[in-house]
Design a protein. Sequence first.
Length: 285
Amino acid sequence: MNISKVAVIGAGLMGSGIALVAAMSGFEVALRDVDQSVLDKAMAMAKKALDRAAEKGKLSTEQAEAALGRLTPCTDLKEALAGAQYVIEAVPERLELKKQVFAELDRLAEPEAILATNTSELSIASIAAATSTPERVIGTHWFFPPQIMKLIEVVKGGQTSPATLETTLRFCTDLGKETVVCADAQGFITSRAISVLIAECLRIHQEGIASIEDIDKAMRLGFNHPIGPFQLVDMSGVDVVFHALEGLSQEYGERFNPTQEMAKLVEGKNLGRKTGKGFYDYGGK
Ligand SMILES: NC(=O)c1ccc[n+]([C@@H]2O[C@H](COP(=O)([O-])OP(=O)(O)OC[C@H]3O[C@@H](n4cnc5c(N)ncnc54)[C@H](O)[C@@H]3O)[C@@H](O)[C@H]2O)c1
């Protein structure tokens, strides 16, 4: 299948970046959100990023303008999906919401279009079950920020067809990304592996063995991690990681259990950078 138009559903942190990468790679992109102000913010971010790339000489001014011209924001789902051969969903990580979106995609997307989800850990099969065509549903797990991170983790649902996988791998290469392929097990490779490290670091702190600052420093300088696990949790949202750990612990056992200390932060709405305080204090929002 030849892909010329991509529809990205959800223009938040991830969707806005994914849409920009696709536009910069030469695809026509429809970026759809239910919230017009989110679309305005996404378009302003794209313009700023493209201007900066042109200033730095990474793109010519004409190329930057053309990339921005390929990006069309819209609130109408039908309009976004018309003529799109590849659809990437990036709405919040709630199974019921994803199923609702996929039921709509099943109804309104082009019959041949591939339907990809950017879920970080939910089952591809349960999302695909909301459609009548699970063979065209696949996971494409991007990383933040999408413009910078090289990897897309491609997740095969139980019924994902070989053609869907093959087209997806080719599409990811056309986007300038590297891929790994993974079966549909909760947390895939990356969310499962990083979560167990986070859970262990939470316990090292709760047991009084080392400070948050020193655990982060140890991971940065000892293992060349770009940021420490507590900094990562604060960046992703303490609540988001807490719920992910709970889900993984139900699936794989207590090695993923979050700590009481983390539960207290969630209860107190100290959710990391977005609220101004999490494991670290950012001095307000
Ligand atoms: N944030 C990360 O670092 C990260 C990394 C990898 C994967 N993910 C995954 O990407 C997905 C999106 O995460 P995010 O951080 O971008 O979330 P976000 O909250 O920043 O953005 C989600 C957007 O979806 C919109 N939305 C809600 N319902 C919609 C609908 N029916 N149609 C269209 N838009 C709708 C919201 O208005 C919001 O703008 C989640 O599944 C998340 O697990 C996130």
